[in-house]
Ligand binder design. Sequence first.
Ligand SMILES: Cc1cc2nc3c(=O)[nH]c(=O)nc-3n(C[C@H](O)[C@H](O)[C@H](O)COP(=O)(O)OP(=O)(O)OC[C@H]3O[C@@H](n4cnc5c(N)ncnc54)[C@H](O)[C@@H]3O)c2cc1C
Length: 244
Amino acid sequence: MDAYPTVQRRTGRVAEVSGTAGDFAVRLEGCPVERARRLVLAGGQVDVPEDVPGLAQRWGSSVFHCPFCHGFETTGKTLAVLGNGVGAMLAAYVRDRFSDDVVLCTNGPAEMSAPVADLMAQRGIAVRDSPIVALEGELGALTVRFVDGGELARDAMYHRAPTRPGNGLAVQLGATILPDGFVQVDEFGRTTVPGVSAVGDAAQLPALPDGLTLVGPGAADGVRAAVWLDQELFRSELPFTPGG
Ligand SMILES: Cc1cc2nc3c(=O)[nH]c(=O)nc-3n(C[C@H](O)[C@H](O)[C@H](O)COP(=O)(O)OP(=O)(O)OC[C@H]3O[C@@H](n4cnc5c(N)ncnc54)[C@H](O)[C@@H]3O)c2cc1C
């Protein structure tokens, strides 16, 4: 980015945004207020993993949130899936795609309907419901320790942690937020507030069942938003309204 003199970077946290298309004010902590004709919000999201001792330190190195990101690398490995309720479907998915040795750890009494319990049995997915007291070791040599004194050796763990979309600035501007916290955008990346786009993990098309939180789509969102915003600015300054 430094190769482009037209780009300036500010590293502070944005505390507040206000204004309307053509004149937004962006207040960064410890910096003067910046003004902008258009805004692109890219607040990402924060993962909130279960409070299991040792989990946070292993997040992303031996405990993975997403089989689309880490499935290939965990193929044929012994896997644990941590999660009650929705964890069962993640366990069924990684069992189907990546490994025939999957144990579901519900970290407390399993919340599971009879058809889901049957599915676990059919797929050979063992369910351990004892609360977990510690996660130890590293990728290829993880140990899950349970309160009942049992332990489980695994190569890696999956855990679909709840997430908190970084939507605070969109909320300040009055943009529509979808029920799961994502900032609603259209096919152009535009939020419901004129002049404000949103991209990446924090943004979602309402027709999708879940956010597509991956690097590729996030980068594509950014390009898309930049192109349409630039076109909109160019057209808004013409002395007539162009067709098409
Ligand atoms: C453990 C892990 C592994 C992953 N592996 C893969 C993978 O293999 N392949 C893949 O495609 N994806 C992977 N992902 C997903 C990928 O990291 C995200 O999809 C991607 O980083 C999203 O980019 P983003 O720019 O939308 O958000 P982020 O990368 O989260 O960036 C958002 C930034 O905005 C900042 N921010 C938020 N609020 C403010 C504010 N008010 N002021 C200033 N800054 C603010 C945040 O601090 C953050 O730096 C992984 C994610 C995790 C957690």
